[in-house]
Design a protein around this ligand. Structure first.
Ligand SMILES: O=C1O[C@H](COP(=O)(O)O)[C@@H](O)[C@H](O)[C@H]1O
Length: 223
Protein backbone atom coordinates (compact mmCIF):
# COMPACT_ATOMS: atom_id res chain seq x y z
CA UNK A 1 0.00 0.00 0.00
CA UNK A 2 1.25 3.43 -0.92
CA UNK A 3 -0.14 5.99 1.55
CA UNK A 4 -0.01 9.62 0.44
CA UNK A 5 -0.82 12.23 3.10
CA UNK A 6 -1.76 15.74 2.00
CA UNK A 7 -1.53 19.00 3.93
CA UNK A 8 -5.28 19.58 3.54
CA UNK A 9 -8.31 18.42 1.57
CA UNK A 10 -7.89 21.03 -1.20
CA UNK A 11 -4.36 19.78 -1.89
CA UNK A 12 -5.64 16.20 -1.85
CA UNK A 13 -8.47 16.76 -4.31
CA UNK A 14 -6.27 18.75 -6.71
CA UNK A 15 -3.30 16.38 -6.49
CA UNK A 16 -5.45 13.30 -7.00
CA UNK A 17 -7.34 14.85 -9.93
CA UNK A 18 -4.02 15.69 -11.64
CA UNK A 19 -2.71 12.18 -11.07
CA UNK A 20 -5.87 10.62 -12.53
CA UNK A 21 -5.84 12.97 -15.53
CA UNK A 22 -2.25 11.90 -16.28
CA UNK A 23 -3.17 8.23 -16.05
CA UNK A 24 -6.19 8.67 -18.33
CA UNK A 25 -4.03 10.52 -20.86
CA UNK A 26 -1.44 7.75 -20.78
CA UNK A 27 -4.16 5.11 -21.28
CA UNK A 28 -5.57 7.05 -24.26
CA UNK A 29 -2.09 7.21 -25.78
CA UNK A 30 -2.01 3.43 -25.93
CA UNK A 31 -5.63 2.48 -26.57
CA UNK A 32 -8.66 3.73 -28.50
CA UNK A 33 -10.71 4.07 -25.32
CA UNK A 34 -10.08 4.24 -21.56
CA UNK A 35 -12.33 3.25 -18.67
CA UNK A 36 -12.46 5.39 -15.54
CA UNK A 37 -14.35 3.67 -12.70
CA UNK A 38 -15.45 5.92 -9.85
CA UNK A 39 -17.14 5.85 -6.44
CA UNK A 40 -20.23 7.69 -5.38
CA UNK A 41 -20.88 8.98 -1.88
CA UNK A 42 -20.02 12.27 -0.26
CA UNK A 43 -16.23 12.40 -0.66
CA UNK A 44 -15.17 12.49 -4.34
CA UNK A 45 -17.18 15.53 -5.56
CA UNK A 46 -14.26 17.99 -5.55
CA UNK A 47 -12.03 15.55 -7.50
CA UNK A 48 -14.79 15.23 -10.10
CA UNK A 49 -15.28 19.01 -10.29
CA UNK A 50 -11.56 19.51 -11.00
CA UNK A 51 -11.42 16.68 -13.53
CA UNK A 52 -14.46 18.00 -15.41
CA UNK A 53 -12.41 21.03 -16.50
CA UNK A 54 -9.33 19.06 -17.58
CA UNK A 55 -8.48 18.99 -21.29
CA UNK A 56 -8.20 15.45 -22.53
CA UNK A 57 -10.06 13.47 -25.16
CA UNK A 58 -13.06 12.71 -22.98
CA UNK A 59 -14.98 11.43 -26.03
CA UNK A 60 -12.82 8.29 -25.74
CA UNK A 61 -13.40 7.83 -22.00
CA UNK A 62 -16.01 5.48 -20.51
CA UNK A 63 -17.03 6.54 -17.00
CA UNK A 64 -18.55 3.83 -14.84
CA UNK A 65 -19.52 3.84 -11.18
CA UNK A 66 -18.07 1.26 -8.76
CA UNK A 67 -21.61 0.76 -7.47
CA UNK A 68 -25.05 2.33 -7.34
CA UNK A 69 -27.84 2.61 -4.81
CA UNK A 70 -31.10 1.36 -6.31
CA UNK A 71 -32.76 4.77 -6.39
CA UNK A 72 -33.65 6.94 -9.36
CA UNK A 73 -31.84 10.15 -10.21
CA UNK A 74 -34.30 12.36 -8.35
CA UNK A 75 -33.01 10.89 -5.08
CA UNK A 76 -30.23 12.75 -3.23
CA UNK A 77 -28.73 9.26 -2.71
CA UNK A 78 -28.25 8.63 -6.45
CA UNK A 79 -24.56 8.18 -7.33
CA UNK A 80 -25.49 8.59 -11.01
CA UNK A 81 -26.98 12.02 -10.35
CA UNK A 82 -23.87 13.02 -8.38
CA UNK A 83 -21.68 12.02 -11.29
CA UNK A 84 -23.76 13.93 -13.83
CA UNK A 85 -23.72 17.02 -11.59
CA UNK A 86 -20.01 17.05 -10.78
CA UNK A 87 -18.01 15.19 -13.47
CA UNK A 88 -19.95 14.80 -16.71
CA UNK A 89 -20.02 18.49 -17.61
CA UNK A 90 -17.69 21.10 -19.14
CA UNK A 91 -14.81 19.25 -20.90
CA UNK A 92 -15.88 15.88 -19.48
CA UNK A 93 -19.40 16.19 -20.90
CA UNK A 94 -18.06 14.32 -23.93
CA UNK A 95 -17.35 11.18 -21.86
CA UNK A 96 -19.64 8.17 -22.23
CA UNK A 97 -21.37 7.08 -19.05
CA UNK A 98 -21.89 3.35 -18.49
CA UNK A 99 -25.22 3.09 -16.64
CA UNK A 100 -25.49 1.16 -13.37
CA UNK A 101 -29.16 1.97 -12.84
CA UNK A 102 -32.27 1.39 -14.89
CA UNK A 103 -35.91 1.93 -14.10
CA UNK A 104 -36.85 -1.52 -12.74
CA UNK A 105 -38.18 -2.16 -9.21
CA UNK A 106 -35.15 -4.20 -8.05
CA UNK A 107 -31.47 -4.52 -8.96
CA UNK A 108 -32.05 -8.20 -9.80
CA UNK A 109 -34.53 -7.14 -12.50
CA UNK A 110 -32.34 -4.32 -13.78
CA UNK A 111 -29.02 -6.16 -13.77
CA UNK A 112 -29.47 -8.15 -17.01
CA UNK A 113 -30.09 -4.89 -18.86
CA UNK A 114 -26.88 -3.34 -17.51
CA UNK A 115 -24.46 -6.24 -17.69
CA UNK A 116 -23.38 -5.95 -21.32
CA UNK A 117 -22.45 -2.30 -20.93
CA UNK A 118 -20.31 -3.16 -17.90
CA UNK A 119 -18.61 -6.09 -19.65
CA UNK A 120 -17.83 -3.90 -22.67
CA UNK A 121 -16.19 -1.28 -20.42
CA UNK A 122 -13.86 -3.78 -18.71
CA UNK A 123 -10.98 -3.94 -17.99
CA UNK A 124 -10.67 -0.74 -16.00
CA UNK A 125 -7.79 1.64 -16.72
CA UNK A 126 -8.12 3.94 -13.72
CA UNK A 127 -10.03 2.87 -10.61
CA UNK A 128 -10.96 5.36 -7.92
CA UNK A 129 -12.47 3.81 -4.79
CA UNK A 130 -14.06 5.33 -1.70
CA UNK A 131 -14.47 3.71 1.70
CA UNK A 132 -17.03 3.89 4.48
CA UNK A 133 -16.05 3.89 8.14
CA UNK A 134 -17.36 0.29 8.22
CA UNK A 135 -14.57 -0.55 5.72
CA UNK A 136 -16.90 -1.20 2.80
CA UNK A 137 -15.82 -0.15 -0.65
CA UNK A 138 -18.03 -0.05 -3.75
CA UNK A 139 -21.09 -1.89 -2.33
CA UNK A 140 -18.95 -4.67 -0.87
CA UNK A 141 -20.24 -4.31 2.69
CA UNK A 142 -19.24 -6.45 5.68
CA UNK A 143 -22.21 -8.79 6.32
CA UNK A 144 -23.78 -8.24 2.87
CA UNK A 145 -25.96 -11.03 1.49
CA UNK A 146 -23.84 -11.73 -1.59
CA UNK A 147 -20.42 -10.76 -0.21
CA UNK A 148 -18.92 -14.27 -0.44
CA UNK A 149 -19.83 -14.52 -4.11
CA UNK A 150 -18.76 -10.94 -4.87
CA UNK A 151 -15.30 -11.59 -3.43
CA UNK A 152 -14.83 -14.94 -5.15
CA UNK A 153 -13.09 -15.78 -8.42
CA UNK A 154 -16.42 -17.14 -9.75
CA UNK A 155 -18.23 -13.83 -9.32
CA UNK A 156 -20.03 -12.27 -12.27
CA UNK A 157 -18.94 -8.74 -13.15
CA UNK A 158 -22.06 -7.20 -11.57
CA UNK A 159 -24.14 -8.25 -8.53
CA UNK A 160 -27.16 -7.09 -6.61
CA UNK A 161 -26.32 -6.50 -2.95
CA UNK A 162 -28.19 -5.93 0.29
CA UNK A 163 -26.50 -5.23 3.59
CA UNK A 164 -27.49 -4.34 7.16
CA UNK A 165 -25.41 -1.14 6.88
CA UNK A 166 -26.97 0.01 3.59
CA UNK A 167 -30.40 1.67 3.65
CA UNK A 168 -31.35 0.61 0.12
CA UNK A 169 -30.64 -2.27 -2.26
CA UNK A 170 -27.48 -1.86 -4.29
CA UNK A 171 -25.76 -2.97 -7.45
CA UNK A 172 -21.98 -3.36 -7.43
CA UNK A 173 -19.05 -4.44 -9.51
CA UNK A 174 -17.50 -7.62 -8.13
CA UNK A 175 -14.05 -7.61 -6.56
CA UNK A 176 -12.67 -9.37 -9.60
CA UNK A 177 -14.06 -6.77 -12.01
CA UNK A 178 -12.69 -3.94 -9.85
CA UNK A 179 -9.32 -5.66 -9.60
CA UNK A 180 -8.98 -5.64 -13.39
CA UNK A 181 -7.76 -2.05 -13.00
CA UNK A 182 -4.31 -1.01 -14.11
CA UNK A 183 -4.15 1.85 -11.56
CA UNK A 184 -6.05 1.85 -8.25
CA UNK A 185 -6.58 4.85 -5.97
CA UNK A 186 -8.42 4.97 -2.65
CA UNK A 187 -9.70 8.38 -1.54
CA UNK A 188 -10.37 8.90 2.18
CA UNK A 189 -10.65 11.94 4.43
CA UNK A 190 -10.84 12.49 8.18
CA UNK A 191 -9.51 10.77 11.28
CA UNK A 192 -12.31 8.21 11.49
CA UNK A 193 -11.58 6.82 8.03
CA UNK A 194 -7.83 6.91 8.70
CA UNK A 195 -8.41 4.74 11.80
CA UNK A 196 -10.66 2.42 9.74
CA UNK A 197 -7.89 2.12 7.14
CA UNK A 198 -5.41 1.01 9.80
CA UNK A 199 -7.92 -1.58 11.08
CA UNK A 200 -8.57 -2.80 7.52
CA UNK A 201 -4.87 -3.38 6.86
CA UNK A 202 -4.83 -6.31 9.28
CA UNK A 203 -8.35 -7.59 8.66
CA UNK A 204 -9.89 -10.22 6.38
CA UNK A 205 -11.80 -9.29 3.24
CA UNK A 206 -14.98 -10.56 4.92
CA UNK A 207 -14.60 -8.12 7.81
CA UNK A 208 -13.03 -5.33 5.77
CA UNK A 209 -13.74 -5.70 2.03
CA UNK A 210 -11.54 -2.69 1.23
CA UNK A 211 -8.51 -4.66 2.45
CA UNK A 212 -8.59 -6.67 -0.77
CA UNK A 213 -7.52 -3.61 -2.77
CA UNK A 214 -4.91 -2.17 -0.44
CA UNK A 215 -1.83 -4.05 -1.73
CA UNK A 216 -2.12 -2.42 -5.19
CA UNK A 217 -3.71 0.86 -4.12
CA UNK A 218 -2.37 4.34 -3.69
CA UNK A 219 -4.28 5.66 -0.68
CA UNK A 220 -4.86 9.41 -0.69
CA UNK A 221 -5.67 10.91 2.71
CA UNK A 222 -6.08 14.33 4.32
CA UNK A 223 -7.56 15.23 7.68
O1 LIG B 1 -22.41 4.19 -0.28
C1 LIG B 1 -21.32 4.46 -0.71
O2 LIG B 1 -20.33 4.74 0.16
C2 LIG B 1 -18.94 4.75 -0.19
C3 LIG B 1 -18.27 5.77 0.73
O3 LIG B 1 -19.00 6.97 0.65
P1 LIG B 1 -18.67 8.31 1.49
O4 LIG B 1 -19.97 9.08 1.52
O5 LIG B 1 -18.20 7.91 2.85
O6 LIG B 1 -17.62 9.04 0.70
C4 LIG B 1 -18.73 5.03 -1.66
O7 LIG B 1 -17.39 4.80 -2.00
C5 LIG B 1 -19.67 4.17 -2.51
O8 LIG B 1 -19.43 4.34 -3.89
C6 LIG B 1 -21.08 4.59 -2.17
O9 LIG B 1 -22.05 3.90 -2.94
Amino acid sequence: MNLIEYADRDALMLGLANKIAGELRAALNHNDRATFCVPGGSTPGPVFETLSAVHLDWSRVDVMLNDERWVDETSPRSNTALLKRTLLKDQAAAARMVPLYTDRPTPEEGLPLLLKGVKDALPIDVLLLGMGTDMHTASLFPGADQLDLALSDEAPELLAMRAPGAPEARITLSAQALKSAIATHLLITGDEKRAALETARGASAQDAPVSLFLPEASVHWAA
